[in-house]
Ligand binder design. Structure first.
Ligand SMILES: Cc1cc2nc3c(=O)[nH]c(=O)nc-3n(C[C@H](O)[C@H](O)[C@H](O)COP(=O)(O)OP(=O)(O)OC[C@H]3O[C@@H](n4cnc5c(N)ncnc54)[C@H](O)[C@@H]3O)c2cc1C
Ligand code: FES
Ligand code: FES
Length: 1337
């Protein structure tokens, strides 16, 4: 392949090359956004050791995905292979391509997902298994997952589950809930299980047998044959064996990259360029450049200098080269730990503990030890441990070498203790620990892995021999100040003290005094962090005490209050060092079975793999961003408001327009048609209502040019009053978007007078960011004739995009065609916003086309998310637990425009009663208008927030009357809802009983346990939304093309539609195809949302197929033995139309809000979930062990149980994120969004999902309303995630009971570690709150 050869000439082999571009302007490289070619040095010319960048080098591989650009999501994972000059072996390691400078790849081979395998040639077992195990939904994360797993297998063909978890810890998936991905990986592990149908012939995957309880057949997978893997390119091997010693220089437009070949040259260059940073992993420099704009004109790369990778050992300690990656450091330390006696390896063990959790595998592979130490990040996990471990830094310069301690002064960056500008860090010396010395490490973060710590610590104590008298003590903390802090004064004062409780008390007092935190830390984290400072010390105290108590060590006096009683210290220590486990269970509860009479070739009800599964896994699935670019295409970047509420005084575009490559700046005045609605403009006019509102858009020849021009656009504002951000402020200012919605039944006031008890409470539910892996993107291609436009867009509602573009450009709808091939996750966030982007991008009608792609930062800033909610409840009940009266008032934060806020309010009011029959009931809801970006549709549409209020209220009653309260108050018989719609709760009772029965048979550790029921209404509360159309063509070769109005968002709608068509036409799915969703083939579509996409479109496809079959009937009758192809040929001969439109004139639905009654939803989905968790009361970590979750869901007759279970697991995990890890988006006091990427917004990672996760579909359930009696399951699982929340609340309540604290506490979602820790109030939280640091209440 010419591209490979060409690249090899310059020392890099790209195995099948890769797709992404580099910004040659500053050598900050892969994967650059939109352009699907590689603009690399390789297109330049190479002369005398200097490589000049001057033209792009097209590669056009699109498998590697871009989702964050900060190393935080793993979507861009590729494998790098390098010859290691020290071990003389080839090292394969995964990296996040978005942080890899291409010049750093000199001498390396890069394998992208395309190089692993392909549908066209040969699938790799990793690709085959992830797809067939149903590990892909939208598929945007899949290439990254494949590459992480592939790299693991290159190094460990039969990995352990722990290695598998570590390898995948840096890859995020927003769709699947990770269970199937992990399951696919486990098939490579020695101990994994397979399909239970094995041994009885073929598995369900072959569609040849009745359903089995497993969803895939392991034994049918092709085996992994490590001998068949791609070899390291011989050219590179030859190069490595005869290394180039000359300095290589790469010149970019703004940056020069210098890569010396010898240490001597490096030291000389450091004298010449004292300000130039050494670039190793680029995991500090890269993110700083992106988020803080740090810029370095010269970069020195020591990657080729083997001296920086040397490792040496002595009897006193270990010296590790500064250039070693953190992954290598981990291996080196593990080696020493296995060789040396335990007492010598205390520091190494502590470092290892952190190294397992620091970032994800890819970052650990890239980041260097030297880079980590020198970055001196305040959150550094390793520096506190290295500091307490008496580490020394070996420095080198042209003048010679010297050693400095890695101590408090160095970490604080004091010039006297720092490197001189011409010095480099050569290596790091870590001494062995000694007898009577104990070292430990602690960290608390939002997630177990891949999350920066809130607080991190290293602790060391040395005792006088044979005693518990402290001879030396070192405590260092990260995350509590601008740098790693060493508590030197406290430690000094504790010397000579015994390791006992008075010392503990004194230590805590001293620590809180010395480790002072800046008062203004946002979100009340000050108290939390202060609590962690002392809680960590308490853990250390207990750990050491336990060691001292070991036989052969000290005998301590009896009766110590903090003895290792299992209820206190012992269990705390156990939780302090949790291992990342890899044992997620699979759906072992029974699945519904397909009728034994069903024809073998009929795929309905069988766990058919996602139609695009294999393409996702090979990177061949095309997303909007992957559409090949054309010469001279234009890029659009958005200028957004920096003020929350202000008048626009002036917009100065002059500087922006002068910049090279800038074509135009679009303002509201350029819009020929309508600029959105009066109160919801596409482009701001006169005033702005939130930070992030789009004011204008720059169009330029490259994305980088457009972005630079955005920075040069000057807007003058005059601030307006009031500025409202919170629901509380909105209520104070009566700032609402729409009138109150209310439902009432019975006589609430009277019932309150008659009850035994009344409880009142408040509930806060945070908002949620969609965090679809594929950010918003649109590509507009104007045609040369008749104002026609083609729009390729990632949306759930192409008809809405079409309509919006039409009104914006003032052209008829029929000139605009929107195409949606697939969407990389939507979750409601791609219903409304894509239309805005599409309309703005279409305004200029630029030829050949213009595209707009939002960076993760802008996506999070502009698009809005789930509505935060504040609810107040008053519940009246009898001592028996029977609830007689319930009054709930809710407010949601709608942001600055109406968007879907009124509908969300309606839905949450309609759905809030959940599964409970309460005779006297009042629900009120209102959407607040605030100066934040407009919140919008999000999976569940208000249900997950509203129902949390109801469940909190039920939990409060259960706390008084016992756990049977839920069951006592549930609907039991055919009844009417609060809005008087009749329904039968029989499936709900069955789900509940089935779960209870299952739980009875299983042992619970009774930590925090919660069971929640669910009644979820499916569909839109409007008749016109319940319609769908389809178009089915049969071609003369018998192949069938199906088109329908639903969009493939990852939920498998296309797979299900082919299952429907296959059953109806009695033709295998292999004869069928779905190309895309297009407004030209199926017009006037409804948004794919509200869980009914498959339902209504399935009916339309069914209708079209039935029409066709009816036409074919006479031909089939005449020739019953004929084949499908014979019949089609005959039909064509007889001039019978082989194309049909199908239509579903859907459910009637209405709601009369005046009367408070209606028939708003076609049907309900019922379910129940139970979760058990363990909470670490000292840190608030509940991620330590989400021991188990069981779900029973009434799917009736699932069209595809694998897909439906995937939807349940995925939405459950998203719900668990909403209620536990996804801390509310953080804003500055001026309304500027802080949370702009995966580093500061934490969706669940693979280590956060329940260790045992069982999902069951209720057997033998039927509904006459829907296609083949199936149900839509897209959203309902979301709320079941609250079972984890209530299990945490249960554990906290137990902790509070033990501490004799009033059990009542305000429920606040998400239950973050911070909230949990502070709710488990104890002496340490008390200490942390004491003056002068106590925050005002
Ligand atoms: C997604 C992500 C997650 C992360 N999570 C964590 C986490 O959980 N915990 C944590 O502690 N850290 C975390 N980090 C930070 C990471 O550990 C550091 O960024 C990394 O160790 C820096 O190493 P590097 O080789 O990439 O440094 P580079 O970015 O290459 O360089 C950083 C600095 O070090 C200097 N430098 C490098 N080597 C030398 C040398 N030999 N002599 C003199 N100066 C030198 C350079 O001049 C430069 O200024 C995370 C980073 C990312 C991107
Ligand atoms: S895009 Fe590279 S890690 Fe997210
Ligand atoms: S399948 Fe993982 S993000 Fe969609």
């Amino acid at each position: 392949m010419s591209s490979v050869t060409q690249l090899i000439r310059y020392g890099v082999a790209f195995t099948d090359t890769w797709r992404q571009a580099t910004d040659s302007s500053d050598l900050h490289l892969t994967p650059q956004r939109k352009p699907s070619w590689l603009e690399t040095p390789w297109g330049g010319h190479y002369h005398g050791g200097n490589l000049f960048l001057d033209r792009p080098f097209p590669v056009r591989l699109t498998g590697t995905k871009y989702a964050c650009g900060r190393g935080g999501c793993g979507a861009c994972t590729v494998m790098v292979s390098k010859h290691d000059p020290v071990s003389r072996k080839i090292r394969h390691f995964s990296v996040t391509a978005c942080l890899v400078p291409i010049c750093s790849l000199y001498g390396a081979a890069v394998t992208t997902v395309e190089g692993v395998g392909s549908i066209k040639t040969r699938l790799h077992p990793v690709q085959e298994r992830i797809a067939k195990s149903h590990g892909t939904q939208c598929g945007f994360c899949t290439p990254g997952m494949v590459m992480s797993m592939y790299t693991l297998l290159r190094n460990h063909p039969q990995p352990s589950e722990e290695q598998l978890m570590e390898a995948l810890g840096g890859n995020l998936c927003r769709c699947t809930g990770y269970r199937p991905i992990l399951e696919s990986g486990r098939t490579f592990c020695a101990e994994s299980s397979g399909c239970q149908q094995k041994g009885r012939g073929k598995c369900c995957l072959d569609q040849g047998e009745n359903i089995c309880t497993e969803l895939f057949a392991k034994d049918e997978f092709q085996p992994l044959d490590p001998t068949q893997e791609l070899i390291f390119p011989p050219e590179l091997l030859r190069m490595a064996e005869n290394p180039e010693k000359r300095t290589l220089t790469f010149h970019g437009e703004r940056v020069t990259w210098i890569s010396p070949g010898t240490l001597k040259d490096l030291l000389e260059l450091k004298v010449k360029h004292p300000d130039a940073p050494l670039i190793l992993g680029n995991t500090s420099l890269g993110p700083a450049k992106k988020s803080q704009g740090h810029f370095h004109p010269v970069l020195l790369s020591p990657a080729r200098i083997s001296e920086l990778s040397m490792v040496s050992t002595t009897s006193e300690g270990l010296t590790i080269g500064a250039g070693c990656s953190l992954a290598q450091v981990k291996d080196i330390l593990a080696g020493r730990v296995s060789e040396l006696p335990e007492e010598k390896t205390q520091t190494y063990r502590a470092l290892l503990k952190h190294l397992k959790r620091l970032a994800g595998q890819q970052i650990r592979n890239m980041a260097s030890l030297g880079g980590h130490i020198m970055s001196r990040h305040c959150y550094s996990d390793l520096n506190p441990v290295l500091a307490v471990g008496n580490t020394a830094l070996n420095l080198m310069s042209k003048e010679g070498t010297r050693q400095i301690p890695l101590d408090r002064d160095f970490l604080a960056g004091l010039a006297s203790a720092d490197l001189k500008p011409e010095e480099i860090l050569e290596s790091v010396y870590i001494p062995h620990s000694q007898r009577w010395e104990f070292v430990s490490a602690f960290r608390q973060a939002q997630c177990q892995q891949n999350a920066l710590a809130d607080v991190t610590a290293g602790m060391r104590v040395l005792f006088q021999e044979g005693t518990d008298t402290i001879e030396d003590l070192s405590l260092a903390y990260g995350g509590v100040g601008d740098a790693t802090i060493s508590a030197q004064k406290s430690c000094q004062q504790l010397l000579g003290r015994h390791w006992n409780e008075p010392m503990l008390d004194e230590a805590c007092r001293l620590l809180l005094d010395e480790v002072s935190l800046p008062g203004g830390a946002p979100g009340g984290s000050v108290e939390f962090k202060r609590t962690l400072v002392v809680s960590f010390f308490f853990k250390f105290y207990l750990e050491v005490l336990q060691e001292l108590k070991k036989p052969g060590k000290l005998l301590l006096p009896e009766g110590d209050r903090w003895s290792l009683h299992p209820e206190s210290g012992g269990s705390v220590i156990g939780q302090a060092t949790p291992e990342i486990k890899g044992s997620q269970g699979i759906s072992r509860l029974p699945l519904q079975s397909v009728d034994s009479h069903q024809a073998l070739q009929d795929p309905v009800g069988r766990p058919i793999m996602h139609l695009s599964g294999l393409k996702h896994a090979t990177g061949e699935a095309i997303f909007c961003d992957d559409i090949p670019t054309v010469d001279k295409e234009l890029f659009m970047a958005l200028v957004t408001s920096t003020r929350a509420h202000a008048k626009i005084i002036s917009v100065d575009l002059s500087k922006a327009l002068e910049l090279p490559g800038v074509v135009d700046v679009i303002t509201a005045e350029d819009i020929p048609g309508t600029n959105g609605a009066e109160d919801d403009r596409l482009l701001a006019v006169d005033k702005v209502l939130c930070v992030g509102q789009i004011v204008c858009a720059v169009v330029a020849e490259t994305e980088a040019q457009a972005k630079r021009a955005v920075e040069e656009t000057k807007i003058a504002y005059e601030d307006l009053e009031p500025v409202i951000f919170t629901i509380e402020d909105a209520i104070k200012h009566s700032s609402f978007l729409c009138p109150e919605k209310k439902l009432e039944q019975g006589n609430v006031e009277k019932a309150f007078e008659e009850v035994d008890q009344i409880v009142e409470g408040e509930v806060h539910v945070g908002g949620q960011e969609h965090f679809y892996m594929e950010t918003q993107r649109v590509l507009v291609i104007p045609k040369t004739e008749d104002k026609e436009l083609d729009i390729y867009v990632s949306t759930q509602d192409p008809a809405h995009v079409q309509k919006t573009v039409s009104s914006t450009l003032d052209i008829p709808i029929n000139r605009i065609t929107c195409h949606v091939k697939r969407v990389g996750g939507g979750f409601g966030g791609k219903v409304g916003r894509p239309a805005v982007l599409g309309a703005i991008a279409a305004v200029g009608n630029w030829l050949p086309h213009s595209s707009c792609l939002l960076d993760r930062e802008d996506d999070m800033l502009i698009t809005g998310g789930r509505h935060p909610l504040f609810g107040k409840y008053k519940v009246g009940f009898m001592n028996s637990g029977r609830i007689r009266a319930l009054d709930i008032e809710c407010f949601i934060n709608g942001g600055c425009t109406l968007d879907d806020s009124e509908l969300v309010t309606e839905f949450l009011i309609l759905k809030m009663e959940n599964a409970y029959k309460i005779h006297n009931l009042r629900f009120r809801g209102r959407a607040c208008m605030t100066n934040l970006p407009s919140n919008t549709a999000f999976r569940g549409f208000g249900f997950p927030q509203g129902t949390l209020v109801t469940e909190s209220c039920i939990t409060a009653v259960a706390a008084k009357c016992g756990p049977s309260v839920r069951e006592k108050n549930m609907y039991k018989t055919v009844d009417k809802t609060i809005y008087k719609q009749a329904f039968n709760p029989e499936p709900l009772i069955r789900c509940w009983n089935e779960l209870a029965e299952f739980n009875k048979k299983n042992y619970w550790r009774k930590r925090g346990l919660a069971v929640v029921p669910m009644k979820f209404s499916v569909g839109f509360a409007a008749t016109s939304f319940h319609q769908a159309a389809a178009l089915v063509h049969i071609y003369t070769d018998g192949s069938v093309l199906v088109t329908h109005g639903g969009n493939e968002l990852g939920q498998g709608i296309h797979t299900k539609m082919l299952q429907v068509a296959s059953r109806e036409l009695k033709v295998p799915t292999s004869h069928m195809h779905i190309c895309e969703t297009s407004t030209a083939t199926v017009p006037n579509t409804i948004a794919t949302a509200a869980s009914i996409g498959s339902d209504v479109n399935g009916r339309a496809v069914q209708n079209a197929c039935q029409i066709l079959l009816k036409r074919l009937e006479p031909i089939i009758k005449k020739n019953p033995e004929g084949t499908w192809e014979d019949w089609i040929e005959a039909a064509f001969e007889q001039r019978i139309s082989l194309s049909a439109t199908g239509y579903f004139r859907g459910y009637e639905a209405f709601m009369d809000w005046e009367k408070g009654e209606g028939d708003p939803f076609p049907y309900y989905v019922y379910g129940a979930a139970s979760s058990e968790v363990e909470v670490d009361c000292l840190t608030g970590a509940h991620k330590v062990k989400k021991i188990r979750t069981d779900i029973v869901m009434d799917a009736c007759c699932s069209l595809n149980p694998a897909i439906d279970i995937g939807q349940i697991e995925g939405s459950f995990t998203q719900g668990m994120g909403l209620y536990t890890t996804e801390e509310e988006l953080k804003y500055s006091p001026e309304g500027v969004l802080y949370s702009r990427g995966p580093d500061d917004y934490k969706i669940p990672t693979i280590t956060d999902v329940p260790e045992e996760f069982n999902v069951s579909l209720l057997p033998s359930s039927q509904t006459p309303l829907t296609i083949y009696s199936s149900k839509g399951l897209g959203e309902s699982g979301m709320f079941l995630g609250s079972s984890v929340f209530f299990a945490i609340a249960d554990a906290v309540a137990t902790a509070r009971r033990e501490r004799d604290i009033a059990e009542d506490f305000t429920v606040r979602s998400p239950a973050t570690p911070e909230r949990v820790r502070m709710a488990c109030a104890d002496r340490f939280t008390e200490m942390s709150l004491s003056p002068p640091w106590a925050p005002p209440f």
